[in-house]
Design a protein around this ligand. Structure first.
Ligand code: 4NP
Length: 153
């Protein structure tokens, strides 16, 4: 799960996917999150993300922000991006041997072509609630898609 700062959207996406995975029994799936920028590296998620996840019974307090690294392209089958700008940056960071594994998170989850998760960083708690609703619905779609089988790429 990749966004810009790894403190608002992708920690929520990681928490939502982890919660859905826990219920699904897909024990081969590994989920993590990162940002294309490293400004908040080492920090816990934004307090507004922590609060909205806690309201849904999901504890994301132990997460720590980090910047996307080259090894992520080797380790993970898919890098699911919050918006087009993040997707563009992720593709630019990709080694030429692994160019095709980045996608829009909501699109990959079956929630519509080109659908993006808006950046709530400068917004209010309503924006964070909207992001949670998006990633929670997407997590269901992601787990359903993964249930169909392990990616071959
Ligand atoms: P995120 O939100 O990409 O959803 O984590 C942001 C957090 C921090 C910044 C930008 C977006 N920032 O510029 O510091």
């Amino acid at each position: 799960m990749v966004c810009l700062g790894n403190i608002c959207r992708s920690p929520l996406a990681e928490g939502a996917v982890r919660a859905h995975l826990d219920r699904s029994g897909l024990d081969w799936v590994q989920v993590d999150s990162a940002g294309t920028g490293g400004w908040h590296a080492g920090e816990p998620p934004d307090h507004r993300s922590i609060a909205v996840a806690a309201g849904a019974g999901v504890d994301i307090r132990a997460q720590r922000a980090r910047k996307l690294r080259a090894a992520d392209f080797e380790h993970f089958d898919w890098l699911l991006c919050a918006d087009r700008s993040v997707l563009r940056d992720v593709r630019a960071m990709a080694p030429s041997s692994r160019p095709a594994q980045a996608a829009l998170l909501l699109e990959w989850a079956g929630m519509g072509d080109g659908a993006e998760i808006p950046d709530p960083y400068t917004g209010g708690s309503e924006d964070f609630r909207r992001v949670w609703a998006m990633v929670d619905a997407a997590a269901a779609g992601i787990v359903e898609r993964l249930s169909a089988g392990r990616p071959s790429s």
